[in-house]
Design a protein around this ligand. Structure first.
Ligand SMILES: Nc1ncnc2c1ncn2[C@@H]1O[C@H](COP(=O)(O)OP(=O)(O)OP(=O)(O)O)[C@@H](O)[C@H]1O
Ligand SMILES: [Mg+2]
Length: 210
């Protein structure tokens, strides 16, 4: 992994953009934000994020999923699951989310993101006011019984080291915007709840840049 040091920025000049986020909000007539879905593997993060993306895009709003599995095929290729690599993984996702928000796109992050500190750092990168943390607190027993990718079975057999919930810790969010136990509701009910959060965020922030 390339290490970023203070010196690596020494000869770089930060260019100030001519357009601000507020200009783009006016242009596109909507305000972007990031919904950060966190929770155990199998809790339903990808399912909800991709359903919400479809719903938003169908209603004319630009939205994009940054999925934990997908980014590891490109943006985060080569990163493993050590604490350092997980941290770098979240840092990259948060930087991309910030840029996409600035470009006017609603971002839906679906990533286990088990460490509280890393999620807090992501919130700072993206901007507290644009960051909606959604915690899927579906019990481990349910996620493990669903095991949509067969990962729990492999982890229990010792084939996957540092697997969240089994051999690596998941730190619950302290004050998430929304908590959903996906085992208690249908996918469409969960989707409605997350969309409800987005709607109230828009209402609350509708005058922010006017
Ligand atoms: N109410 C619900 N909301 C979301 N998913 C649900 C719900 N009920 C059942 N499921 C099922 O749970 C599974 C969740 O898998 P999904 O891949 O979305 O989890 P994930 O949190 O993205 O896991 P990973 O961290 O491994 O990527 C899917 O098979 C989905 O159909
Ligand atoms: Mg997923």
């Amino acid at each position: 992994m390339t290490k970023t040091t203070k010196d690596s920025c020494e000869n770089l000049t930060l260019h100030l953009p001519r357009l601000t986020a507020a200009d783009r909000e006016r242009l596109f007539s909507h305000k972007p934000f990031t919904i950060w879905l966190t929770g155990l593997s199998g809790a339903g993060k990808s399912t909800l994020a991709f359903s919400m993306e479809k719903l938003l895009v169908d209603s004319g709003k630009p939205a994009f999923v940054l999925d934990g599995d997908n980014v590891r095929h490109g943006l985060c290729k080569g990163l493993g699951f050590s604490p350092e690599d997980r941290s770098e993984n979240i840092r990259r996702i948060a930087e991309v989310a910030r840029m996409m928000n600035e470009a006017g796109v609603i971002v839906l992050v679906a990533c286990i993101s088990p460490c509280r500190l890393q999620r807090e750092q992501a919130k700072l990168t993206i901007g507290e006011e644009n960051f909606i943390e959604v915690y899927l607190n579906t019990p481990l027993s349910v996620c493990e019984s669903l095991d949509p990718k067969g990962l729990y079975r492999k982890a229990r057999a010792g084939l996957i080291p540092e697997f969240t919930g089994i051999s690596a810790v998941y730190e619950e969010p302290v004050a998430p915007s929304l908590v959903i136990d996906t085992s208690q509701k249908s996918i469409s009910e969960c989707l409605q709840e997350v969309m409800g959060k987005a709607e109230s965020w828009w209402l609350k922030n509708s005058d922010r840049h006017r």
